[in-house]
Design a protein around this ligand. Sequence first.
Ligand code: XMP
Ligand code: MG
Length: 183
Amino acid sequence: MDVEDIRADLTEVLITEEEIHAKLAELARRVEADYADTTPLLVGVLKGAVMVMADFARELRIHIDMDWMAVSSYGAGTESSGVVRILKDLDTDIAGRDVLIVEDIIDSGLTLSWLLQNLRSRGAKSVKILALLRKPESIKVDVDVAYVGFDIPPAFVVGYGLDFAERYRNLRAIGVLAPHVYE
Ligand code: XMP
Ligand code: MG
């Protein structure tokens, strides 16, 4: 789906498809260099990171393994609670592995900070984070994100895996959702 297909639902296009792909290529070059001597396990966080994982993994010119987790960080509302539940766990034993968490967005940081602790406690050799988007003004806990695509304002964004009520994940770009959609 392209921006033109849902123009009225967005107040602004923040990041175009081309900009996303250029950034993922840039991050891939850094990751290739940093993981030259190992085969990292990329852990995608469902469902938002599906598009990032698909495009980023194909950019990489090194071997990787891939696994997925699904976690729920939100209670009823749209604010992160810090209470994280595992809905789907890894299939992989990560003891001794170099793990790279692949995320769509870091908002309060609560989800990732929990996930980082959780994966470290399983005896991974290293755990680093790649996040396509970060909202610096919304950060509540300090999380060390090794690879960040874009810093964005604290607006609710959709597209490229990010949803509102499960919609807009298939939008190629990333845009700010218009208030009339959710009000
Ligand atoms: P925290 O606050 O724990 O939350 O860093 C990260 C998760 O919150 C979701 N999230 C969003 N989803 N548009 C979305 O579609 C947004 O603007 C947004 N901000 C946070 C997302 O699931 C992420 O993994
Ligand atoms: Mg998510």
